[in-house]
Design a binder for this molecule. Structure first.
Ligand SMILES: *Cc1c(COP(=O)(O)O)cnc(C)c1O
Length: 366
């Protein structure tokens, strides 16, 4: 049974859930890097290994979101993201696994190696891809897609929001905090003082905040914003926090009714750089130091920027004996053998530009 259901058994009867990943994910001590930055109690939560078919933070959300789709007898999934979206890819990979067709409506973004990899992997996993330059174009495509799907199935497609971040998706990370609590009790990691996590569509950070509070952990969540301010704000975070906590309390009144105001939230805004998915010098330096000292591969859009906040704070605040946990949200499994023989011309032609134009500066090998 998953840790959240062990703590709140009534939720098991009311929340849709399907097991898709490999949990608990390991917690590792980053001894080499910890020594280097004078933070001996530096740890990493390996959600990069959360799934055999595709890892990263979206698997925990999909265990609830796809279970809901199955419960509602959905025939098709529709979701959204930027061209290199790990979320859209993870959704399609696991939708296929449970027998559902999925479509990704994707927006343009700065080019990077991982964009190519994710697009080719989407192709291999039979995900239907559409690319647009702007949100208004997407809206038209979404309406068209819904009508087409309705014509086929006499049923609208099941919509999963960008990043899988609605209250149900965020519950995946409430559960993750209870999983961490078990690992603390097993002596695998001291109770973290601070947990650094990337802040995109916010479901990950929100779920962890509610989870550590309810599980009685002292850990403070440090969300590091890696998307535009209009998509990740104190106000938006407070709203998702309250709606997620409200959902859990409604389904099991013994789950405490938590609430938070925007004024009580601190987001790290400084590490975003110029634009979503545009790599920063500090972010790429962080990717490099984690690779060199620990052999763990981060990337420039989410985890590198987040780790750069941790590194900055290590040098300015002096963590001393504090236990600092970095929550790794990026898939690290290598699927290159699956895509090495795929010709990008098989993708819709709107995507060919990513294979025919240069990578952005700073993209060395990530
Ligand atoms: C989606 C994603 C995030 C952001 O998580 P949110 O729940 O959307 O805030 C962080 N890291 C990676 C690698 C992701 O793909």
């Amino acid at each position: 049974m998953i840790p959240l259901f062990e703590a709140y058994p009534r939720l098991q009867n009311s929340l849709p859930f399907i097991s898709l990943g490999e949990f608990p994910t390991p917690v590792d001590h980053l001894e080499n890097l910890g020594k280097k930055i004078r933070t001996p109690n530096l740890y990493i939560k390996r959600d990069d290994l959360s799934g055999v078919d595709y890892g990263g933070n979206k698997v925990r959300k999909l265990e609830f979101l796809l279970a809901e789709a199955i419960q509602k007898n959905a025939k098709e999934i529709l979701t959204f993201g930027f061209a290199g979206s790990n979320h859209a890819l993870a959704t399609g990979v696991y939708a296929k696994k449970v027998g559902l067709h999925s479509t990704s409506i994707l927006l343009s973004q700065p080019n990077a190696r991982y964009v190519r990899r994710n697009l080719l992997l989407s192709y291999v996993n039979d995900i239907e891809l559409h690319h647009f330059q702007s949100v208004p174009h997407c809206v038209l495509a979404i309406v068209g897609k819904m009508m087409q799907s309705f014509g086929r199935n006499k049923k609208l497609p099941h919509i999963i929001p960008p990043g899988g971040s609605n209250p149900l998706g965020a519950v995946g990370f409430v559960n993750a905090a209870f999983e961490l609590k078990n690992q603390i009790e097993e002596g695998l990691i001291p109770e973290p003082d601070e947990i650094y996590v990337a802040l995109g569509t916010m479901g990950t950070a929100v779920g962890l905040m509610i989870g550590v509070q309810t599980a009685g952990l002292k850990s403070r969540i440090i969300p590091v914003r890696v998307v535009d301010r209009s998509n990740a704000s104190e106000k938006g975070l407070a709203k998702l926090y309250c709606s997620t906590a409200g959902l859990l309390h409604r389904l099991d009144p013994s789950f405490p009714l938590l609430a938070i105001t925007p004024q009580e939230i601190t987001i790290e805004h400084q590490y975003f750089g110029e634009q979503y998915a545009k790599f920063t010098g500090k972010g790429m330096a962080a990717v490099q130091v984690v690779q060199e000292t620990e052999g763990i591969s981060l990337e420039g859009t989410y985890t590198g920027k987040t780790f750069s906040a941790l590194l900055d704070h290590a040098s300015t605040q002096n963590f001393g004996q504090k236990t600092i946990l970095f929550w790794d949200t990026y898939n690290s499994r290598d699927f290159s053998s699956k895509i090495q023989d795929i010709d990008y011309h098989l993708l819709p032609k709107e995507f060919h530009g990513y294979f025919e134009s240069d990578f952005q500066p700073l993209d060395v090998n990530h």
